[in-house]
Ligand binder design. Sequence first.
Ligand code: ATP
Ligand code: MG
Length: 585
Amino acid sequence: MSENTAPNAGTAPEATPVEKRDFIRQIVREDLASGKHTAIKTRFPPEPNGYLHIGHAKSICLNFGIAGEFSGVCNLRFDDTNPAREDPEYVAAIQDDVRWLGFEWNELRHASDYFDAYYLGAQKLIRDGKAYVCDLSAEEVRAYRGSLTEPGRESPYRNRSVEENLDLFARMRAGEFADGSRTLRAKIDMASGNINLRDPAIYRIKHVEHQNTGNAWPIYPMYDYAHALGDALEGITHSLCTLEFEDHRPLYDWCVDNVDFANSPELTQPLVDKGLPREAAKPRQIEFSRLNINYTVMSKRKLMALVTENLVDGWDDPRMPTLQGLRRRGYSPAAMRLFAERVGISKQNSLIDFSVLEGALREDLDSAAARRMAVVEPLKFVLTNLAEGHEESLSFANHPKDESFGSRQVPFGRELWIEREDFAEVPPKGWKRLVPGGEIRLRGAGIARVDEVIKDDAGNVVELRGWLDPESRPGMEGANRKVKGTIHWVSAQHAVAAEIRLYDRLFSVENPDDEADGKTYRDYLNPESRKVVTGYVEPAAASAAPETSFQFERTGYFVADRYDHRADRPVFNRSVTLRDIWASK
Ligand code: ATP
Ligand code: MG
């Protein structure tokens, strides 16, 4: 593929940023330039059997992103062909998540919208001698299928007459037969080197209520058949999926070509009856590598087990790689899109380092989050030279690099909370913070000194008492003398006690999917992944709306919890530390 094909839609290849030059966008560009398509249409096809995770975000950003960049459209389609595992709860959450990521679908469709057309398509295959009803059990089908080295054997039911097949299929549809007793199979090639083409099942019997069609259907189409035909019915031009479907592509094409909706208007009449248009474009399946991230599990089955076994606090636990979890953790849609862009699109399977995800969040929040002061592990510091009840209000810029954030008033008083770890009675080498008798700059308030260390009976430091140099306020002459460190603080009288949830990676090993030595991902949970402490935040943090992100100075990025945060009882989740603390582990 050359980089220098004719420009189209006003996008000169030279002007395309590096991250937009992946091979799929290149194909789309060429298809538009050659006139193969005048407009492009993609779809995001989740199965509503769980919550979306960050792998889906990659697919969403790709499908909706490409549609947006090339003036096309993207549908959201629920691939609801397996009713046993599906739930309206997931249907609602998935829509929520796609919108949260910043995308709006052209049309919301369901595979189940097409059940009538799929059924007519299957009848057509039967009439054309390209599908048959097979009575082999699942076990027998497996035995007949052969292996990578051996061809399969033909089913004894393969040569049933068209009439018999039509009759049996109609009776399958009427609910006459038991689950698993028969299937409808495509008649392709039992000797094919591609096992997917060895007469794959396209319909199975399942007397299960469907979340969208209720009890209307006792038979359900198989994924490969339904997916290919769904794309064709919607006029999808580029059907983007992950690499494991590469071997399914010949079957995808077989279904599209042999059912041939484009030239069989009688098959698409059910759509027209529902007020949906007839589409003609022939979809092309293109595969890309799925997203894998270390220190993470991504399979829906494992995520489901974490929830049902109470190893996390639900699908939206801030440690989960679900979009609901990441959102609650404080990931912004912009950070998610930035991450997807950085990861890029290719056919190479790779493992992305967790730090890439955290890096995208830091980068977004550095410019997007206002600064606040909060103390996570408080130690009282009393400035004895200020009058009892001393109270004043200091002005602080909300962002060091962006004046548009404006400023706020921060109350200051005689008694402060400072971070326990900013004081050391016996300082280690290179220590730059508070020591007995030493000076420190209190951020925005002047230079203070510790004169007295108060301990409890057990010898724990419980309070510091000291002195604030009244001539050392920022801007005063006395502020210029050299003091080693600057620490943050909050006024003990004004600060609001807050529940602070210190989250970290859910797994402590790079590859939690590793099952060596009989272990499972459950054995690799990071016991330090959630610590809850009571800290203090300045009033302007407490009063924030849920889901507001801040940088708590020197501490990290935090978000007001989406569900639990209240102004009088603030709850903050740590989204990410300021620096990568795992790099040195
Ligand atoms: P399952 O097959 O267990 O249902 P799934 O992850 O394939 O899991 P789907 O709901 O079918 O779930 O996925 C919807 C879309 O998201 C598909 O097009 C799929 O290829 C894509 N997708 C899923 N996981 C990833 C991933 N890790 N990286 C990129 N795309 C993904
Ligand atoms: Mg799937």
